[in-house]
Design a protein around this ligand. Structure first.
Ligand code: NAP
Length: 304
């Protein structure tokens, strides 16, 4: 059949038993521009009102290159403190393991303290999904796995994920984990298509990992394309966007949702209207012909 199925109302978060909305909302830029707790709460509500219950943050978000980590987590924690009922309405994901000026640290002692620090800043007893943000080449996966398993056994973390890991790094860590990985978070967008052909999504399907797509609009480049390739991809998305009466951003999210791995695009906008708009992606239908047209535009050459 030429028509691809619509996404389901919920996705399983790996085999963790947790169900998430097919779209997530990300807080990379939450702590920018001196945003108040009240304004941050409006963004959380915009996501929830649109049915987006899966929230993605990280201890490094809001880091200004000088002072300590955690600005975005602190802000979200204050939102929860001001309205405690919100915490149970979301599936809360955060990450750690990037430690400036080092690049990365996944040593046992550091990971333990990173998880404790995130719990404190987020003002919560448990993190639903804790992810390693980028791989630390100097950490043995056996040691990393033991700390993560301990965090799950202690009830501090419900499910585990990684971000920016290679397929081999995922396989190695998963081998040593008792509580297997639930998610992987690579960059995926109509402008970043490596994972469609380099095995990352195939591995996710094989291991039952939920792939979360960071920068699903190419960090905003898709809404203001400049390069020839960006413009070609934007035009291919616009064919579907125009036909179905949605924005190009919504068409881009839905293009990712149509992949069989069950990709969860992480909406990066910090504007309530744009977060709310994302929900329309669940109703956009793609044909194989249209889907491949976007891929071919992104590749810049035909498939063999
Ligand atoms: P994105 O959706 O690709 O880009 C969002 C940017 O595009 C925002 O600056 C937004 O500005 C802008 N934009 C312009 N027009 C827009 C429109 N019509 N609709 C929506 N946005 C529009 O995503 P991203 O912010 O780069 O990343 C999304 C999330 O992925 C982050 O919040 C974070 O959770 C995660 N992430 C993870 C990693 C990792 O290493 N794991 C790295 C990067 C990001 P406005 O805010 O003004 O709307």
């Amino acid at each position: 059949m030429n028509e691809l199925p619509l996404p389901p109302a919920f996705r399983p978060l790996g085999s963790s038993g947790i169900a998430v909305s097919p779209l997530a909302w990300g807080m990379w830029r939450l702590a920018e521009d001196g945003r108040s707790v009240a304004d941050a709460a409006k963004l959380v509500h915009a996501a929830l009102d649109a049915g987006i219950t899966f929230l993605d943050t990280a201890d490094i978000y809001g880091f200004d290159g000088q002072e300590g980590l955690g600005d975005a987590e602190v802000l979200l924690g204050e939102v929860f403190a001001a309205e405690p009922a919100l915490r149970d309405r979301v599936v809360l994901a955060t990450k750690g393991g990037i430690l400036p000026p080092l690049p990365y640290d996944q040593s046992r002692d550091y990971l333990r303290s990173a998880i404790e620090d995130s719990l404190r800043r987020l003002q919560t007893d448990v993190i639903d999904l804790w992810q390693i943000h980028r791989p630390d080449i100097l950490a043995h996966p056996h040691e990393t796995a033991r700390v993560l398993d301990d965090a799950v056994a202690a009830g501090k973390v419900r499910a585990l994920g990684v971000s920016n890991f290679t397929t081999h790094q995922i396989a190695a860590l998963n081998h040593f984990l008792g509580e297997k990985l639930a998610t992987t978070q690579p960059e995926i967008s109509p402008l970043q298509i490596n994972c469609f052909e380099n095995g990352e999504l195939d591995q996710a399907m094989q291991l039952g990992l939920t792939p979360m797509a960071w920068s699903p609009l190419g960090g905003g480049r898709l809404t203001g394309p400049k390069l020839d390739r960006e413009m070609a991809v934007a035009s291919a998305l616009d064919v579907v966007a125009d036909a179905q009466g949605v924005s190009r951003a919504v068409a881009a999210y839905s293009w990712l949702l149509a992949h069989p791995a069950g990709i969860v695009p992480i909406i990066g906008s910090q504007k309530p209207q744009r977060i709310a708009e994302g929900a329309a992606a669940l109703k956009v239908r793609w044909t194989r012909t249209e889907w491949y047209a976007v891929l071919v535009a992104a590749r810049g050459e035909r498939l063999p």
